[in-house]
Structure formats: structure tokens, C-alpha cells
Design a protein around this ligand. Sequence first.
Ligand code: NOJ
Ligand code: CA
Length: 521
Amino acid sequence: MTTEHWWRSAVIYQIYPRSFADSNGDGIGDLRGIVEHLDYLNDGTSRSLGVDALWLSPFYPSPQADFGYDISDYQAVDPAYGTLADFEKLVEGAHQRGMRVIVDLVMNHTSDRHPWFLESRSSRSNPKRDWYVWADGRDGGPPNNWLSSFERCGPAWTRDETTGQFYLHSFTPQQPDLNLRNPQVRAAIREVWGFWLKQGVDGFRIDVAHRLFKDGQLRDNPEPLAAYRRYHRHPELRQYNLDQPESHELLRELRCFLDGHGPGLLLGEVPISDDSRLVEYFGADGMHTAFHIAFWEQPWDAAAFRGTVDRLSGLARPDALPTYALATHDIPRTVSRYGLRQARVAAMMMFTLRGLPCVYYGEELGMADSPPERALDVDDRDGQRVPMQWEPTGAGFTTGTPWLPFGHDIGTANVLVQDAAPGSSLNLYRRLIRYRRASTALRFGDYESLDSPAQTFVYRRRSPEEELLVALNFADRPIVLAIGEGPARLELSTDAARSAGTVSLRSVPLGALEGVLLRVG
Ligand code: NOJ
Ligand code: CA
């Protein structure tokens, strides 16, 4: 058996704490709610999902201007979500079930109500003034042309009345950017790392890892790039407010720190869909892995998926594994982007590629986006954050009124109904995860895509012990594929009605929007 680190073969499950399970009837998900549902995630039997690690989105004290990504205390739990003692129980319960726990590390910014910022904004001579990025305005406007990531927030600068200077915020004005060049800030942030590792966490998901540093001279973004709020590819020019080399230095320092505490995981959120830039962030002595952003940006097109997977595989450092997610709290859900049957094919793809699969809660049920009538989120992401649908009535999430209404699909996209239906999305997820767990080719093997007819994506996964083929039909009509010679065993299909059995690789029939996994030899 291989001696690889645990994370290299892990399936991660993302929990948005506010929306997973509410234990006290206030309509807001909380840590105890998560503890009560740990068996659903992994009870060691094939009845549970069988995931290896949980990534928890922020549950720290926060005014919730960006639903927890605006932190006002890095070393505590927001009372709405529970207490540190609850967190301890969560870690203990997860560990007992063989699951690791990864927490969100938001180093780019704090809340504007964080005591550090309250001090910093109080006067120009405050000792913490330099903890954030302050600058004088230019011609009556902001110091430069940088924009906030969020359309609705305008420029990345807000003028503070007290001192007449502007402060930088890459997101909402309630999220001032820290100055990570300041050694005291670095020391304070290091304390945060140590604090959570002492609480027993097994790693961090690094929020906007590509934004941690900005140009020290605060230079304007060059004109052709000035209008872009996010990373934008350009052959010669770079944006000055993101993807700066110093970020790597800090990430390496964090990696060293983490490695000193045991075998942990750093999962980078690097919203750069330019793979040639993304690959610099993970592998070697950087973060262990990073989300493959371009993966979830693809249209429903087999060649597009093959292209993006092959491109990243070709560019990434040899030991480096990307993380594949189909949805997160920031992007529309798979079913809403592609459709119900497409989502099943996409799931087979995610669990059989070379990399870490990351499942956003509710994806296993094929939940769709359900935007509420009145938007709560500053960037219109409420639709993908509706509470987990445990039962058709909404029971299981809360006994009260959920903070966001459930989806119209709750009658079918819920755990109770799908648990009992062998062909459900939930049971497909369970089968795929269970199969992956037992397969060295899927966990550690190499990856090679094969040429195949339009609207099909076929690839081989191989370890010294086994050879598997995955064939995905993206088209809404059946097809017969010639993949090679000899017999193979059909092990899994996204079509629950199809039974396992022997097929000839000369002619592998695929139904409309069907994916299959074949064992060669
Ligand atoms: C990325 C997070 O995933 C997103 O939800 C948040 O709004 C921004 N970073 C700012 O922290
Ligand atoms: Ca609650």
C-alpha cells in the first residue's frame, strides 16, 4: 500500500454552517446541528456518505455583512453557531468517525468591527494604523483605480470621515484589507493558525489566497485591466491588486508552520481561471492543493471539460493534485447550471478524476438554486445557500423558520426520500465515494484522457494494481463507443437501472447522458 498523506485520497465535504442543521430552533444552522448529523456524513458503513474531511465555512463572530467572511474575532465561535466547547465536540466526533476537519482561514481582511480596525481607524497616529491599508485620496476621489470584487460595492476604497483617509477593501466596505506586510499583523495572524491547530483542526481552506498582497506603491491597474473586478488574463500586463509574488512567501510560511504540527492540509481558494497562474499556488512547498476554478466555469460540453482537465494536469507540478468542486457557496449549483441528469454525469467525473473531490452540502441530493424573493447577500448568492433539505417538510434542518426559505424541489431533493430510493442522487454519491475508497487507481493512479467522439469524455485511471476506464456521454442521445480491445467489467453507471456485467471494449453502449466506470481485464 502507498504511504501517501491522507489528504491525497480524501473526499472533502463543504458545510456552510448557517445552512446545514439547526439544533435550537432559531432557524440558523449551528455547530451542534453538524454534530447531530455526523453519522450521515460518515458512520463507517455503506449507509452513510463516507467522506473523509469536512471543510467548514466561517463560524467565527461576525456582523455577517458577508455571512461570516467578515470576522470580528478570529479565536471564538459566533454565539449564533455555538461555543468553542461545541466546536471541540465537533472535532472529536468527526475524528472518532475518521473524518478530518478543515476550517476557513480568512487572512485578507477582517470585519470593520474587529477591534484591530476600530483602533486603526481611530486616528492617523494609532499604533494599529498600519495594520490596514490607508491612503490619501487623489483629486477628490479614491487613491487609485482598484475595484471591489463585488459589483454592488463600487471602488475598493472607502473614505473614513474621522481621519479623511481612504481604506482598502477588496470586498465590501465592511471588510477592510489587512496589511500583511506589517510584522505585527503577521504575528497576530500566526497566532490564529496556532489557535485553531490547538483546537485540533487538520488544516485550512485559504480564502482568496491570491489577494493577500497588493502592490506596495498602490499603482493603478493598467487601463485595459482596470474595469475587471476579478483576475483577468492578459499576455503582458498584470493587475496590481492581486496575484502578487509576496503571497507565495506567506503561504510557504504557513505551510511550514502547518507541517510542524503534523500531516495537515492547505486547500487554496485562488479564483484564477488561468491555469498557468493557478499552478504556482499548489504543490511543492506551497499549499497542498487548490480549487480548479476553470473546472466549474465550463459549459456542458465534453471537449471543454477534457480541455480544462488536461490543461491543468499538463501544467501542474508533478506531485500536485487539484481539488475539483462542482459547486460552492459562491457559485450556482450543478443542477441549476447543467440539469438533473447532467449533474449525475458530472458527479461521476468529479469522483473519478485525479484530484480531490469536494462536495458542497446538498449537491449529493441534486438540490437546485432557490433564490429568495428578497436578496440578503451582497453578491446574489442566496440561491445556492438555502438550508439542507433533510426531509420533505423541512424537518431535520429546523423546528423553527429557516433563515432562507427551502427550495421548490424539497419534495424530491431531500435525504429522507432519497435514502430509500436506490436510484437516487444520494445513493449514486454513496456508491461513487465507496468505490473510490476501495480503488487504488482512483485514489492514487495516473490519469490519461483518450480521443473519443464528440460529446463524450473518456479517460483511463491506472495504478500498479488496476486499470479503470471512465466514459461519459454528455449528449442527450445514446452512443456506442469503441474504447479498445477485449472485455471489461461495467462496475458503475449513473443510470441506476443498468446492471453491472461484462462488456466488450470494442463497443460500449452508453445511454443518453450516461456515465460508466469500467474495469479492464
Ligand atoms: C471567498 C469566499 O468564498 C466568499 O464567500 C467571500 O465573499 C470572499 N472570499 C471574501 O471573503
Ligand atoms: Ca441554531
